[in-house]
Ligand binder design. Structure first.
Ligand code: FAD
Ligand code: NAI
Length: 464
């Protein structure tokens, strides 16, 4: 016999969208349940995405610093040795700590957790499929937060080992001699950097004629230059037609070129919404062409009482975007109001130096015929950057030519991922470049470079 339970809100998926939405809804007094099919909570981000990748980026950069960058400070470290096992263990421990932290937050907020696969079973009903007793949940509202999965590429057969996705690349047990990455996007440059720093030859094959598609063109071009100096090899305009493992080697076939050999292949050509066996047909939801769930401004799908957020709907596939939507959707359900300011959602690529963007790119402004002024400031003119020996890169501020309102900020440089939050705040508050320029920034800090780029919009940078 099927057991029935009832909650105000049932959320399917405990990634950053689902678990944050659950907490906010519980804070607002709803009785909330969250179904997650993996035993650890936290979704792609905590288990196999943001967190483990950032842990490895940090460790691999420490390795590189010890090898190449300490002597300049007069610090002589002696013989250098890589203990990959310890590096991987540290990453796994961070993941465990954080996923357990989400468990604790669920308990604190009295969120009921169900372990199993959630499937819609008509309006207001969700089945929890697991090896245990049959269970069905009834709810006034159902929130789909099932995230995304790696996009496949025709001809590339993943074997879960040598030819794999980011999930495998977060746990290679040995440093590959030659790693071929297919796709020069976020994952390609981040995980490509990790293994390059640890000693691999890394070749990144990209279909387009540029890297980091979608980001500001000048920013991406600078990133390519900097990453190439670090030894990443980019081959642009490459159409990969297939991969196979032959005599212990990976063979990558590229249209019009001789096949390339490597010992590992990382497929990173984007991610696609995850709607596998979700029972959408039982409530009549039809997907967009690219597989995402259509929603309106309040995250409502075409089915009454069914909502969706995060990677499974349109928009950038970023953890903080999913979280923001989780909060807004929970607030809408509990109070009738809830809003996300998509103009102020920044994106960061955690290479060294970091690459960060918020607002419009120059390409987009030109495309839309918006007149703008541009201010740039290089980190080599920033005193703090000199003291930390990280002078590569610059800050670019784009402001409306008439109103001076900040439309976009693009940074490549040290701690760009932290600096961009100030730019996001400026955009959220509708600040002008002069507003930002007139805020006294602490000296010596990297943030002064953002102020100087704002001054540069009016041609009055002080230190360059
Ligand atoms: P997810 O995090 O994918 O969570 C969905 C959850 O739903 C999963 O736990 C899944 O098991 C569960 N689920 C799916 N279907 C069902 C079902 N039917 N029943 C029960 N459970 C189900 N973003 C950033 O902002 N910063 C980063 O630094 C960053 N780094 C990344 C690095 C990598 C290698 C990858 C792959 C991604 C990275 N991302 C990063 C992207 C980020 O992980 C996602 O945007 C984010 O996790 C999306 O959140 P979500 O809640 O929509 O979905
Ligand atoms: P991506 O969309 O960032 O980049 C994919 C790249 O692959 C693009 O440059 C695209 O042109 C290229 N490509 C597509 N088809 C190709 C083909 N046939 N051959 C060669 N290249 C091809 O996707 P990626 O790197 O897989 O990451 C997925 C998503 O995960 C990102 O878009 C981002 O939303 C998220 N992510 C975010 C991170 C962050 O915030 N720091 C880090 C890692 C992932």
């Amino acid at each position: 016999m099927t057991t029935m339970r009832e909650h105000d809100l049932v959320i399917i998926g405990a990634g950053p969208g689902g678990y944050v939405g659950a907490i906010r809804a519980a804070q607002l007094g709803l009785s909330v349940a969250c179904i997650e099919e993996v035993s650890a909570l936290g979704g792609t981000c905590l288990r196999i995405g943001c967190i483990p990748s950032k842990a490895l980026l940090e460790s691999s950069q420490r390795f590189l610093d010890a090898r190449d960058k300490l002597a300049i400070h007069g610090v002589m470290a002696g013989e250098l040795k890589l203990d990959l096992e310890t590096m991987l263990r540290r990453k796994d421990q961070i993941v465990t700590t954080l996923t357990r932290g989400v468990e604790a937050l669920f308990k604190k907020n009295k969120i009921t957790r169900y372990l199993g696969h959630g499937r819609l079973n008509g309006l207001g009903r969700v089945l929890v499929e697991s090896s245990g007793e049959p269970l069905e949940l009834k709810a006034k509202s159902i929130l789909i937060a099932t995230g995304s999965k790696p996009a496949p590429l025709p001809g590339v057969v993943l074997d879960g080992d040598r030819i794999g996705t980011s999930t495998e690349a977060l746990s290679y047990a040995t440093v590959p001699e030659h790693l071929i990455v297919i796709g020069a996007g976020y994952i390609g440059v981040e995980l490509g950097s990790v293994w390059r720093r640890l000693g691999s030859k890394v070749t990144v094959l990209e279909y387009l004629d540029r890297i980091l598609s979608g980001m500001d063109g000048e920013l991406a071009a600078e990133a390519k230059k900097v990453l190439e100096k670090q030894g990443l090899q980019f081959k642009l305009g490459c159409k990969v037609t297939g991969t196979r493992v032959e005599k212990g080697q990976c063979v990558v076939e590229i249209e019009g070129q001789v096949p390339t050999l490597s010992d590992r292949v990382l497929l990173a050509v984007g991610r696609v919404p995850n709607t596998d066996h979700l029972g959408l047909e039982s409530v009549g939801i039809k997907l967009h062409k690219k597989g995402s769930i259509p929603v309106n401004d309040h995250f409502e799908t075409s089915a009454q009482g069914v909502y969706a957020i995060g990677d499974v709907i349109d928009g950038p596939m970023l953890a903080h975007k999913a979280e923001e939507e989780g909060v807004a959707c929970a607030e809408y359900l509990a109070t009738g109001r809830g809003h996300v300011n998509y103009d102020a959602i920044a994106a960061v690529v955690y290479t060294e130096p970091e690459i960060a963007s918020v607002g419009k790119t120059e390409e987009l402004l030109k495309e839309n015929g918006i007149d703008y002024r541009k201010g740039m400031f290089p980190f080599r003119g920033n005193a703090r950057a000199r003291t930390i020996n990280q002078v590569e890169g610059w800050v670019k501020v784009l402001a409306d030519a008439k109103t001076d309102r900040i439309l976009g900020v693009h940074i490549i440089g040290p701690h760009a991922g932290d600096l961009i939050n100030e730019a996001a705040a400026a955009i959220a508050f509708g600040a002008s470049s002069e507003d930002l320029a007139r805020i006294c920034h602490v000296h010596p800090t990297l943030g002064e470079a953002l102020r100087e780029a704002s001054l540069a919009v009016a041609g009055r940078a002080l230190n360059f």
